[in-house]
Design a protein around this ligand. Structure first.
Ligand SMILES: Cc1cc2nc3c(=O)[nH]c(=O)nc-3n(C[C@H](O)[C@H](O)[C@H](O)COP(=O)(O)OP(=O)(O)OC[C@H]3O[C@@H](n4cnc5c(N)ncnc54)[C@H](O)[C@@H]3O)c2cc1C
Length: 440
């Protein structure tokens, strides 16, 4: 095989998963090695262009939008090493979580916590502060113990808590602004099963007892269904019992048919006739209680076929009930017709400068709109509520903030800016989204 990147790259078009971010005619590179990543940076230096790495394009914001050079890491996705005793795994940064999960599982290991899906690359997931739920667990970036980065000058640097620690602190949630993450070393744990209880509850009762639900379960989350007084709760607890998964048919019916195809049809109908949405919503919580158990990664992550736009805010955990009640009130008062549930999750604090849970235990409130419908009025109204709690938007999900509004919400904001000035003084890795949220 010919080695080295093509000095005359192919021009390509790119769009994200939701289809709301698109670019035409950028120079596409698909490197296979760290050396080739360095060669792309040399190309960029010679041609004086900006560079953007994309993961799986699962961000809704323009964070991954390339302006001239686009690096696609589809061919840079191998596992490099698994240290069974130390419980660490080192991977090339383009590996998708789905592939990593299978590799870990077949070796008796697992990631400590995951978000709702596993389509993301590891580098994309950590770069935007991707998280799951569980008040004693942090987001994925806090599971990282070492990184290798290719910098703007094409040199390679290794960083961890003991070497180049300032870069390490920031690059775990680096928004793609500091360099190309080449490899990621993660702390993993022995494989474990989760016992699941999925159950509808009256949302008022749930909120009255919210602290208990959060404390009594390893991974608690709920979905409030707009236009109803119901929430669908999901309680996942670690268990030493053998897996007792749903039957294949029940799994297909519940997770593929109901959560994707039937839900998709309901969304389509709602988009065509918004006034039907409140009636359609009332059918959702009637699903009853479901119990099963399975390997952690199969429980944490699901298939997502229905496309949507999303905004998600991290707020101090203690503000959750008040903030959610304000969102419920605004839905009642506004006349919005909403066919997607509002998802609520919780995480422990971490110390990563631009993590959405930086230095604070967090509740996450996420709102969604079916693809092709106008999200702006709803998202703006919800954002106004989140602003009053110093809300921090998910870096990969839609919002209307800028560097000025965000800076006071992160205690270590300035630390990130110092590192950015040091490692990317010429702003090779910036794009228009980063100019808005981080400044020029
Ligand atoms: C259906 C769906 C479900 C989701 N569920 C969750 C959830 O449960 N929890 C949650 O927190 N989020 C969730 N998200 C958001 C998603 O996890 C993030 O947007 C994540 O960043 C997407 O990863 P990606 O690989 O697609 O990265 P992309 O969106 O392609 O890129 C994200 C950022 O990472 C940078 N990047 C990628 N690779 C590198 C690299 N090698 N070096 C440097 N920078 C790099 C990009 O430049 C960009 O800045 C969901 C999104 C969708 C569409």
């Amino acid at each position: 095989m010919k080695s080295g990147v093509d000095p005359k790259p192919r021009m390509a078009n790119w769009a994200n998963w939701a289809g709301n971010q698109q670019v035409d005619g950028v120079s596409l590179f698909m490197p296979r090695s760290e050396e080739e990543l360095q060669q792309v940076m040399q190309f960029a230096e010679t041609n004086n262009t900006r560079v953007k790495v994309v993961g799986s394009g699962h961000s809704f914001t323009a964070i991954a939008l390339a302006e001239s050079v686009l690096i696609d890491l589809t061919n840079y996705d191998s596992v490099i090493a698994l240290e069974k005793i130390a419980n660490t795994v080192t991977v090339q940064s383009g590996i998708q979580l789905s592939k990593l999960n299978l590799f870990l599982h077949s070796n008796g290991k697992a990631m400590q916590n995951l978000g709702d899906i596993a389509y993301q690359t590891i580098a994309g997931a950590i770069s935007t502060s991707t998280h799951g739920t569980g008040v004693n667990f942090t987001g994925i970036a806090n599971q990282v113990v070492a990184l290798r980065l290719v910098l703007a000058d094409s040199s390679v640097v290794e960083c961890s808590a003991i070497s180049n620690s300032e870069l390490f602190e920031c690059a775990r949630v680096g928004l793609g602004a500091l360099g190309i993450i080449s490899t990621v070393t993660l702390q993993v744990v022995p494989a474990f099963n989760l016992a699941v209880i999925e159950q509808p509850m009256r949302v008022d009762e749930l909120l009255e007892d919210l602290d208990n639900h959060i404390a009594m379960n390893d991974h608690f989350e709920f979905f409030w269904v707009p236009h109803t007084g119901w929430a669908l709760t999901k309680r996942n607890n670690r268990t030493h019992e053998p897996a007792n998964p749903m039957g294949k048919l029940s799994h297909w019916y519940s997770k593929t048919f109901m959560e994707n195809y039937a839900f998709g049809a309901v969304c389509m109908l709602g988009r065509a006739r918004p006034s039907l949405i409140p009636k359609l919503a009332k059918a959702l919580p009637a699903s009853g209680r479901t119990e099963y158990s399975d390997a952690s990664f199969k429980v944490f992550t699901s298939k997502r076929v229905v496309k949507f736009y999303e905004m998600e805010y991290a707020i101090p955990r203690e503000a959750c009930v008040e903030a959610l009640n304000r969102v419920r009130r605004l839905v009642l008062d506004s006349g919005f017709f909403l066919n997607f549930p509002v998802e609520v999750r919780f995480t422990a604090p971490d110390e990563i400068p631009l993590s959405t849970a930086s230095n604070r235990e967090s509740a996450y409130i996420a709102v969604h709109i079916y693809k092709g419908m106008d999200f702006v009025p709803y998202f703006r109204a919800v954002e106004a509520v989140m602003n009053s709690y110093q809300g921090r938007p998910h870096w990969g999900k839609l919002h209307f903030q800028n560097a000025e509004s965000l800076a006071p919400r992160y205690p270590k904001w300035q630390q990130f800016q110092v590192v950015r000035d040091r490692f990317d003084p010429k702003r090779v890795f910036t794009n228009s989204y980063l100019e808005t949220v981080l400044g020029k």
